[in-house]
Design a protein. Sequence first.
Length: 438
Amino acid sequence: MGHDERADVMNRNGKSNGATNGNGHGANGRPRRKRGLMEAVRPPFLRHRVGPVLVVGGAGYIGTHVVEQLLAQGRRVRVLDPLMFGREPVRDFLENPRFELVEGDATDVVKLIEAMHGASAVVHLAGLVGDPACAVDESFTRHANVFATRLIKKAAPLLSVQRLVFASSCSVYGINAAEVNETSEVNPVSLYARTKVEGERELLLGPEGDCCVTVLRFATVFGHSRRPRFDLVANLFTAQAVNDGRITLMGPSQWRPFVHVRDLARAIVAVHEADPERMRGQIFNVGDRRLNMTIGQLARLVQESVSHTHRVEVVERPSKDLRNYAVSFEKIRRELGFEAETLMEAGIEEIVAEFTKGTYGHYRDAVYSNLAMTKRALSDFRRQTAHLYEPVVEAAGLRSRDGLGNGAGPAAPHVEHVLEADPEDRLVAGLGSAVVLL
């Protein structure tokens, strides 16, 4: 029987912990309040949670799996997402009474405050993901990946968020000859990895309030999702094998750690459920040692898995990707008992089955690529940036002619010192006033 289904907790004498005098009253003669099912069986650190879990980026490749698993556990879930890929990824959740959707970007202060209000925990998955997508425009990448994290960090204690799980990446290890763990030096070789390192340091080295922050460094993800991606190497190789009969292999000797997207969501939920005092300030690599392999080994594995239905050849090409790292996942196995449930062969077969069912369009379609969709979103970012700054600048008393705090206008005394900062710094500094006024 699951812990949410148990009627009560029994003590060693077989009596309920909420013992009465036989007539439903306590020893003092007053009616005894019945403890709720969740309250009765959960450890103390879980009993005070009342708000939903906010999944920022919950309509994405990983986020939809996190939402599904949290809902399956009986949690209330709220998603903040700009729905760049439409509502289809969250369509299955929309009729669930424990699901809420806030359509908006994590850098839109008004939407962020609306979404975080009342939330007990935040899972921060938002931002641009992957080296190619982040290389499109540095200012856009830093806005989406660093500025959003700063805003969430600042807002969390103001809105009484109890815990924050931050999505980082094993890409922070860059180039390493030896197996790396959480204590290894980071060596980011791309803008994407640098923004992840910066986000980690923002959250861990300068904590705000009592919010419990945990950083998860994800291995390279693979597998089917409600929001499919074919810019991930294992998924791409599988798509090439099924559709083209040819795998284009670059950097065959480079090591990568892998993890199925469902398992990644399991790890996120496990961290959320764990005692916050054990999770506070911790960094965990998320993956499984059995899924450390070279890109060449991965290509051969895909070839073997698909060859019984398709003829597949492997063609090598030069690679500009310098990353090379094998990763230890001993810490998360030891602390949380986490191991992967889906290994690479099963993940490949899953994607092949979805292709066979006609679930996907052509794998080269822009909707399956973070790079292609980022290029589309960049023009929107340039057009909307001033609009996103305006609400909190106004709420913080930084009113001005151009909406960015420039020019004449009254300013609240406690924020006058930020007038010379850039607009993003002003937004972060003024967030406290915005939370109150909005």
